[in-house]
Design a protein around this ligand. Structure first.
Ligand SMILES: *[C@@H]1O[C@H](CO)[C@@H](O)[C@H](O)[C@H]1NC(C)=O
Length: 249
């Protein structure tokens, strides 16, 4: 599930041509879906383009809420509901931003190695532990004490990308009834996991030497990228450039 906005046409194209393409992994079905809300200002021309694009590719879900940075938590919860309703046959779901390189093969192998225990109450990514709320109102991640009085956040997975067993979508959605919304979607998912008593799993290589969900930007280097599930920070052109060499092999 890839949250995007109406105008991210280039990013959608790049993903369809790279890690989103069908049949990348033999005997494993991977489906990519773009999730879009409504723009704050109606734009009939862009909307018409989107509907045409949707007819052509069948990979766009448009939901009824105003798409804004502040509403990302709503968006994530709508994604959870959608997965709970329509993806019952799938073992895993992933939420991933559009500006990310995804190594689908490595992801599939990683999940395979996790075994049976990862089919239920499982969520993995780049886990952030010991984070505390930012109380400085100029901070991008500012949270007022009214909204969140506690002095710490429970462990959560970075919102850039995380993967989970599909049963968790329904459970997170249920837990959200008891958690006051805050505009930080990844922390919010962490708060729901805390209600459920589910601990997110830090995805690392054997011995924990490197973070498989690389949230930093790395300079492209074939061997490094072959050993990561995600690498952050790709505009559509860069994604196309590195993937033409790494995916085809
Ligand atoms: C969030 O979405 C709701 C429902 O569409 C909308 O009423 C509200 O204005 C949105 N908030 C922001 C900050 O965009």
């Amino acid at each position: 599930m890839i949250p995007v906005t109406l105008k991210d046409t280039e990013a959608r194209t790049a993903i369809r041509r790279t890690w989103g393409q069908d049949g990348l992994i033999p005997r494993v079905t991977v489906l990519h879906l773009f999730v879009i809300g409504q723009p704050a200002q109606r734009d009939p021309v862009l909307q018409e383009h989107l509907e045409r694009e949707s007819k052509e590719y069948g990979d766009i879900i448009q939901m009824d809420f105003v798409d804004s940075y502040h509403n990302l938590t709503i968006k994530t919860m709508m994604i959870m509901n959608w997965i709970a309703t329509y993806c019952r046959g799938a073992w895993y779901a992933m939420k991933i931003d559009a500006d990310i390189f995804l190594n689908v093969r490595y992801l599939v192998d990683y999940l395979h190695d996790q075994g049976e225990s990862s089919r239920k109450d499982y969520i993995s990514g780049s886990v952030i532990s010991d984070a505390v709320p930012h109380r400085d109102s100029f901070n991008k991640w500012y949270i007022s004490e009214d909204l969140y009085p506690d002095t710490w956040y429970p462990p959560y997975v970075s919102g850039a990308a995380y993967v989970f067993s599909t049963d968790l979508a329904r459970k997170i959605s249920w837990a959200s009834r008891f958690v006051q919304p805050i505009p930080l979607e990844d922390v919010y998912v962490g708060l729901c996991l805390h209600v459920l008593g589910v601990k997110p799993i830090y995805a690392t290589t054997f011995l924990g030497l490197s973070n498989l969900f690389e949230v930093r930007r790395l300079k492209y280097e074939r061997c490094t990228f072959a050993k990561r599930i995600i690498v952050n920070g790709f505009n559509p052109q860069n994604l196309l450039r590195i993937c033409t060499c790494s995916i085809s092999s």
